[in-house]
Design a protein around this ligand. Structure first.
Ligand SMILES: [Zn+2]
Length: 403
């Protein structure tokens, strides 16, 4: 390895360690953890402090032998990152500091969801947010996209939610228009990344985020890494077969999770029950224009038809979680998205999981998502912060040479 490459790698690793370790490590702790000499870490950290990336706190109280070090943390006041994600046909934009705290947000609805409007609106919002950055701007952007994403190319491969079956290149367009490096990922995976990075105080390394809305998708974290799979398609759990005799799915199989638990299936179930059952329900007044949000909110208020429909979704989601648990042994499962973000659903799933557990089964805790409404856009910021050193390294090396 060339000396320059080794230096680059050491700088990147030290910065990532300081960003990810909320315990404010000292230079000596970083050196020990990364297997580097104290002199190397001290030189890198001192340059980061001078450059405004790292903040040095007051010396810790003496513990044991030796001189205690100063606690280090990422500088929250100087550098900022930009992320965007599509939610409900609206682009959401956030600017956050290096710890992932949102300092500004913005939304623009996409008028007609064509590929052209989708990307034009994205560029327009990014340009607006770049002008509002309150400090130095990390010259990259994270983007949460619908559908199956080719992360290496920065393309949407296809997005059935919108009937798009041709590739759409996002990275190239942003590079041409705004000169920014772009990191594109599925929007649901980014919502999972936000929960993993910024709402995971116990630093659980094995967990699953399941987003339930127009589609159903899992972001799977195992031993500290998100699982991508051979073709980047790991986590497309909507096509787990729940009922072999169930409804025909768009994939050609019968009774996939998608046919029972997505927004469309939920509304179909509610409408069938309203027509069939003579139970009073506040949902009767809005039939025809019923939305999944209304059903979920009425379930929270105890509406019996809504609760029955949510219980049917919960039953299917529970079966999927049981399969995932046997294969992956996650410690917790977070439910999010328009249907998943619900106390009623989380309660039903938790109860059903407990009642189905066998003697030696260890099932995960099921929790409601906690980062909203900008979870996915914040996950996109997280991608930019992960690549912070890569994005600034040329400027940083030029700065370090002048020191
Ligand atoms: Zn299917």
């Amino acid at each position: 390895m060339r000396y320059e490459d080794m230096e680059y790698e050491n700088c990147e690793n030290v910065l990532r360690y300081i960003i990810s370790d909320s315990g404010n490590p000292t230079r000596a702790e970083i050196a020990k953890r990364l297997g580097l000499s104290k002199a190397t870490v001290t030189q890198i950290v001192n340059r980061f402090i001078a450059y405004g990336l790292v903040h040095e706190g007051q010396r810790l109280a003496r513990q044991g032998k030796g001189r205690p070090g100063n606690p280090l943390s990422v500088n929250k006041d100087m550098w900022f990152a930009l992320g965007a994600s599509l939610a409900d046909n609206t682009w959401q934009f956030v600017i956050a500091d290096m710890t992932g705290s949102i300092v500004d947000s913005y939304e623009i609805p996409v008028s007609h969801m064509t590929q052209e409007n989708f990307i034009d609106t994205l560029i327009c919002g990014l340009r607006h947010m770049m002008e509002k950055c309150p400090g130095r701007f990390l010259p990259g952007v994270g983007v949460g996209a619908p559908g199956v994403v080719d992360e290496a190319q920065g393309d949407i491969v296809f997005a059935y939610d919108y009937g798009w079956d041709s590739r759409l290149n996002i990275s190239g367009r942003i590079r041409d228009e705004l000169g920014l490096e772009t990191f594109v990922m599925n929007r649901n995976d980014l919502a999972g990344i936000a929960e993993y990075k910024y709402a995971n105080p116990e630093h659980e390394q094995s967990m699953i985020y399941i987003g339930i809305g127009q589609g159903i998708r899992a972001a799977i974290f195992s031993e500290g890494h998100i699982i991508r799979g051979a073709d980047g398609r790991a986590g497309r759990i909507s096509h787990i077969q729940i009922d072999p005799d169930g409804k025909l799915c768009s994939c050609g199989k019968r009774g996939c999770l998608f046919t029972i638990a997505n927004e469309h299936a939920l509304l179909e179930d509610v409408n069938e029950m309203l027509a069939r059952e003579d139970i009073p329900s506040s949902l009767r007044v809005c039939t025809g224009s019923l939305s999944a949000e209304e059903v979920m909110s009425d379930a929270e208020n105890g509406d019996r038809i809504a609760l029955k429909a949510v219980r049917n979704v919960a039953s299917a989601i529970t079966k999927a979680i049981m399969i995932l648990s046997v294969v992956l042994n996650p410690r917790k499962v977070i439910l999010g998205g328009p249907i998943g973000d619900s106390d009623a659903l989380v309660g039903f799933v938790s109860d059903e999981l407990a009642s189905r557990a066998g003697q030696r089964d260890i099932y995960p805790a099921v929790l409601r998502c906690s980062i909203k409404p900008y979870g996915s856009a914040l996950g996109a910021v997280g991608l930019v912060i992960d690549h912070a050193f890569h994005l600034i390294h040329e400027d940083f090396i030029a700065f370090a040479k002048q020191q």
